[in-house]
Design a protein around this ligand. Structure first.
Ligand code: ATP
Ligand code: MG
Length: 333
């Protein structure tokens, strides 16, 4: 169907003061991200710490406006909307954060936390209707309705994340941005929360933007994967294509480090040099070139734009389809 979300060259710059003797300047946390998201689909945004994932998530959920670029939600241009039109748009796109404790008010019962969005957004529901809706959602995310009058500190991390998810769904959004929703949880609890997210997606017809630093987490839940590096798209394609035929050397390095990669690929483990450069002073040309194992003369001087066929895009001059084991180019897309 028509995209529920469309991002066109989204950018976000922060001005930073790095101390008395350091230059004041600007950081391009997000330096130009474009994608479309179809209804009920899951797009994973993957990249290491500092690559701009949360900044992108805050723009998509209208928490922060982009510095430049365009954002469309359900076909409406919502770039930089404010006031009443922003308030009217808020319910459509909700965010779930990594740390559910930080996003829940410790002085509020979980029922009050779930009822709050209904109150703030003038849904016109009576107190009894709000109560009923909150308790129904508490049950829907797998918690006992008797828990409704308890406080967040009485719950485990996994239970708190269920509450945060329930709260995000109270206004029946079309899009939910999940910022590292399972990263803070024990491995045993992760699968439960991921299963719950899958069930809720089907039941409520949700589109997800699933932010993670870990490719192995997104493999089984995402329809598409967008790999970010220093605020830019390194690679974007269907999950199948990105895992079966990773084309950007950064994606290959990330995959070679994930325990889920198949044994064939794990042999060619790629260790990247150095750390993510500061976005305060990004490398010229391809932003990945100082760490790239296959960089050549063009890379430090020219910047590659994402390109490719069948919706599998790669921002790399050297990226070529891997024509392994008789597989045809583009077959996975
Ligand atoms: P992590 O995996 O650690 O959560 P991330 O991919 O979510 O990282 P962001 O939090 O979006 O990355 O940050 C991207 C860059 O923008 C970082 O260099 C960060 O320091 C900078 N940044 C983010 N928010 C601000 C801000 N409000 N003011 C100044 N710089 C910021
Ligand atoms: Mg983040």
């Amino acid at each position: 169907g028509a995209p529920v979300l469309e991002a066109v060259d989204l950018q976000r710059t922060y001005s930073v003061n790095r101390g008395l003797f350091a230059p004041t300047g600007s950081v391009k946390a997000v330096a130009g991200i474009s994608f479309t998201l179809a209804p009920k689909q899951t797009l994973a945004i993957v990249g290491e710490s500092g690559s701009g994932k949360s900044t992108l998530g805050r723009m998509l959920t209208l928490i922060e406006p982009p510095t430049s670029g365009r954002l469309m939600i359900e076909g409406r241009d919502v770039t930089g909307i404010a006031g009443a039109s922003l308030k009217a748009m808020r319910p459509t796109v909700q965010m779930v954060f990594q740390n559910p404790y930080g996003s829940l008010n410790p002085r509020q019962t979980i029922r009050a936390a779930l009822e709050e969005p209904l109150l703030v957004n003038n849904t016109g529901m009576s107190a009894a209707e709000r109560r009923e809706a909150a308790i129904a959602m508490i049950a829907r995310v797998g918690l006992r309705p008797e828990f409704a009058d308890r406080y967040p500190h009485m719950f485990s991390g996994g239970q708190r994340q269920r509450i945060a998810i329930a709260r995000a769904l109270m206004l029946r959004p079309k899009i939910v941005v999940l910022d590292e929703p399972v990263s803070a949880l024990d491995v045993s609890v992760r699968a439960q929360i991921l299963n719950l997210l899958g069930e809720l997606q089907d039941e409520f017809g949700l589109a997800y933007v699933f932010i993670s630093h870990d490719l192995s987490v997104v493999r089984h839940i995402a329809d598409e994967v967008l790999v970010m590096y220093l605020g830019r798209v390194a690679e974007h394609g269907s999950t199948e294509a990105v895992f079966a035929d990773p084309r950007h050397p950064y994606t290959r390095a990330l995959l070679s480090a994930t325990p889920m990669a198949d044994p064939e690929r794990r042999k060619e483990r790629i260790i990247l040099k150095g750390e993510l450069p500061s976005p305060f002073n990004p490398p010229s040309g391809c932003v990945f070139n100082p760490r790239c194992p296959i960089a050549f003369d063009r890379c430090p001087t020219e910047r590659p734009e994402p390109g490719g066929e069948n919706g599998h895009l790669t921002a790399c001059f050297a990226a070529e389809p891997v024509l392994a084991s008789g597989r045809k180019e583009g077959a996975a897309a």
